[in-house]
Design a protein around this ligand. Structure first.
Ligand code: PLP
Length: 345
């Protein structure tokens, strides 16, 4: 058979698959022309980079999560690198990450010269468990990055308890999928050292590319503000905030991860409306699952168990549903290879 004929012949299994597949418009976003004015206002101002607009969004995030500190970054990935640098994580250190996540969660450990240690997730919920984290802790462990995958949430308070007296181990929540989630009333950032969000194009809250870090410690916040901006003691907006010029110095090694006002200007409406939007739902009821079209089209597949009492952001929940039956967490030895193969956006 010629190559052309082979291409034209429909594969039996492909036909069977497409009959049951629902198409989810992955890149459809909620930003429209009404946002142009906010961008135009930044263009009319003298300050394009991180300035007054960013500060206002940071204050909005502090109020949303009820935390004292928030800082905008230009991606989850760069924010996590800045946070690890601020915590002093580097060569010789280990960072515990779930074997089931997007590659960035592990990459950031490598980027600061540390070793990512892959830990199996609970196959039912796809979350890290306190026991598996406890078992993976070594003398070299300096951080754990639990991932609230597909809009659900890990029990961060329980993870903290599992670390016992190891107060030298930081918990950094990967909240790339979980802006408006909560676990038994716990919000992101409540029991961790820092929680990091992604405002990448497909996220529930987006500005195309971006992210934010929230934290409770003033000391850590100050350090992240520096590692996010070349290790400088004061960014441009702070240098010119008062009439007297404030001198700056390089006080530590830093990267470049700040978000410009041009992009930050897109964030206030999505943040203001996310909690009241219809995306936020309690997943404990079977009725919620039955209503989903994915449920109808994939009836033979097993659903990931909602980690009750979670209020999920439902970000990518369809993906967790469709793949839970075929995905199994792996043992630590093979995790690295399989994570890269499995974890695609
Ligand atoms: C779980 C998880 N962590 C981290 C990231 C990285 O986010 P960003 O693209 O903002 O760096 C993603 C991106 O999709 C993700 O899904």
């Amino acid at each position: 058979m010629s190559a052309q004929a082979r291409r034209a012949r429909p594969r039996a299994d492909a036909t069977r698959e497409t009959r049951n597949v629902m198409t989810v418009p992955f890149y459809r976003h909620g930003l429209d022309e009404s946002y142009a004015e906010a961008v135009a206002n930044v263009l009319r101002s003298p300050f394009l980079t991180s300035g007054a607009v960013s500060k206002a969004v940071e204050a909005q995030l502090c109020a949303f999560f009820d935390v004292p500190h928030a800082i905008l970054v230009n991606s989850w990935t760069n924010g996590a690198v800045a946070a690890l640098m601020a915590l002093g994580v580097g060569p010789g250190d280990e960072v515990i990450v779930p074997a089931m996540t997007f590659i960035a969660t592990a990459n950031v450990a490598e980027l600061v010269g540390a070793k990512p240690v892959f830990v199996d997730v609970d196959p039912a919920t796809l979350m890290l468990t306190p026991q598996s984290v406890h078992d993976a802790v070594s003398e070299r462990t300096r951080a754990v990055i639990p991932v609230h995958l597909y809009g659900q949430m890990c029990d961060v308070r329980a993870l903290r308890r599992a670390l016992g007296k190891r107060t030298d181990i930081a918990i950094i929540e990967d909240c790339a999928h979980s802006f408006e989630s909560s676990f038994d009333g716990q919000l992101p950032g409540e029991h961790s050292d820092a929680a990091i969000f992604s405002f990448y194009a497909t996220k529930n809250v987006t500005c195309g590319e971006g992210g934010a870090i929230i934290c409770r410690s003033a000391e850590l916040f100050e350090a992240i503000a520096q590692t996010r901006l070349h290790g400088m003691s004061a960014g441009a907006i702070d240098r010119f905030a008062s009439r007297r010029y404030r001198h700056w110095d390089m006080v530590r090694l830093g990267t470049k991860a700040n978000l410009p006002d041009l992009l930050a200007s897109l964030l206030p409406p999505p943040i203001a409306t996310i909690a009241s939007g219809c995306r936020c739902a309690r997943l404990s009821s079977d009725a919620t699952r039955r209503r989903s079209p994915v449920r109808r089209s994939a009836s033979s597949r097993r659903w990931p168990a909602p980690c009750t009492p979670v209020i999920s952001s439902r970000y990518m929940f369809h993906r967790g549903c469709a793949t839970a039956s075929s995905r199994r967490s792996t043992n630590a030895a093979s995790a690295r290879r399989s994570t890269i193969a499995r974890c695609r956006r």
